[in-house]
Design a protein around this ligand. Structure first.
Ligand SMILES: Cc1ncc(COP(=O)(O)O)c(C=O)c1O
Length: 364
């Protein structure tokens, strides 16, 4: 008799999330110097955390015997002020990933359905599966969310619609007009989630917070993992109308975000110079890759985020070949894109090294 037969079948059937390969693991397995490895696999900030966040982290160390402020008062207040919202609109999460999970805790069950785009961030599918709910995948021609088709897919069973904007791994965005048309068709039994993990990199971002201010059943997800460079601390947030935020608050652990993360996030909000340097570095990196791919006649998806999807033939083989030379990219088989890899924008030197290694692997 196996314990598996007593576990929820949909959990046993789950194919676990496969994160970007860690530097330490790569170094261990291939006998490489960790310092010489370039990881451009998880859309992290190549400039690191903000200097002001580093100070906050150091200062917090001596108080680690005290539980964190479970309500996250200071950080939530700062975020509410930043967006001209109230404290009741802000929910903190252990990464924005936790808020995706909280949404599923609150709104999914085996009778409910979640709608997302065909090449959407894979965690939505994992979470729908974890909660035994239906997962409705809507085709995204040219890798762009088709919001009209997503609105068509809404039924009485729909509880959540996820719009990753920009989406990971495609790096594409949907604009305000399409969003407006979509929102006009969304009924009240549906929560729309705008996952804006890469918001800070956008030069012309659609205004989705207006739906929160209007009191619609909308959650806007943002994170400190990307432009703010705090992926390791795990801190993100959701901005939602009070009736939605109050439900999410009930589902979270009492101390779901830790004190170091809260303080570092708070300090990061002040460090606007670091965000600017990050965004500038990213724009240069994207331009570098786009020019290089065009020069080589390679097929790529123009990106507004901090990564770029490029067609390489056999994505797994290119991933393996590059790994052996100490460059970690992300193979895309899990996204049903076996011919592609996703490359996160690094520093200028990292981008150069990544391209050289890609060229060498493709030349083999
Ligand atoms: C679209 C999208 N949403 C959410 C996340 C989760 O980020 P975090 O949990 O670090 O905030 C990611 C991470 O890669 C992402 O790409």
């Amino acid at each position: 008799m196996s314990i598996q037969q007593f576990a929820n079948q949909f959990v046993c059937d789950l194919v676990a999330y496969e994160p970007g390969k860690p530097i330490t693991e790569t170094a261990r397995e291939l006998g490489l110097d960790p310092e010489a490895i370039v990881k451009v696999a998880s859309n992290e900030n190549p400039l690191g955390p903000a200097p002001m966040a580093l100070d906050a982290i150091r200062n917090a160390a001596t108080e680690m015997h005290i539980y964190p402020d479970g309500g996250g008062y200071k950080l939530r207040t700062a975020l509410a002020e930043k967006y001209d919202l109230g404290l009741e609109n802000v929910v903190l999460g252990n990464g924005s990933n936790e808020i995706i999970e909280l949404l599923c805790h609150c709104f999914l069950n085996p009778e409910a359905e979640l709608i997302a785009a065909e090449h959407a961030f894979v965690v939505y599918k994992l979470m729908a599966t974890l909660f035994g709910a239906g997962y409705v995948e809507v085709p995204d021609p040219n890798f762009v969310h088709d919001l009209d088709a997503m609105a068509d897919a809404i039924t009485d069973k729909t509880r959540l619609v996820f719009i990753a904007n920009p989406n990971n791994p495609t790096g594409t965005i949907v604009g305000e007009e399409a969003i407006e048309r979509f929102m006009a068709r969304v009924p009240d039994h549906v929560v729309v989630v705008f996952d804006e993990a890469y918001f800070e990199f956008l030069h012309d971002a659609p205004d989705t917070l207006k739906y929160v201010r209007e009191g619609r059943n909308v959650v806007v997800l943002r994170t400190f993992s990307k432009a703010y460079g705090l992926a390791g601390l795990r801190i993100g947030y959701g901005l939602a109308a009070p009736q939605v935020a109050a439900i999410l608050q009930k589902a979270r652990q009492p101390f779901n975000t830790n004190e170091v993360a809260q303080r570092a996030a708070l300090a990061s909000l002040e460090d606007t110079a670091h965000v600017k340097a990050t965004v500038d570095n990213n724009s240069e990196g994207l331009a570098f890759y786009e020019a290089a791919f065009q020069e080589r006649g390679m097929n790529y998806v123009p990106s507004v985020a901090n990564f770029i999807l490029v067609e390489v033939g056999d994505g797994d083989a290119v991933f393996d070949g590059m790994l052996k030379q100490g460059v970690i990219v992300r193979a895309m088989r899990g996204y049903k894109l076996p011919g592609w890899v996703r490359i996160s924008v690094g520093t200028a030197e990292e981008n150069q090294r990544c391209l050289e290694v890609l060229d060498a692997v493709l030349a083999n």
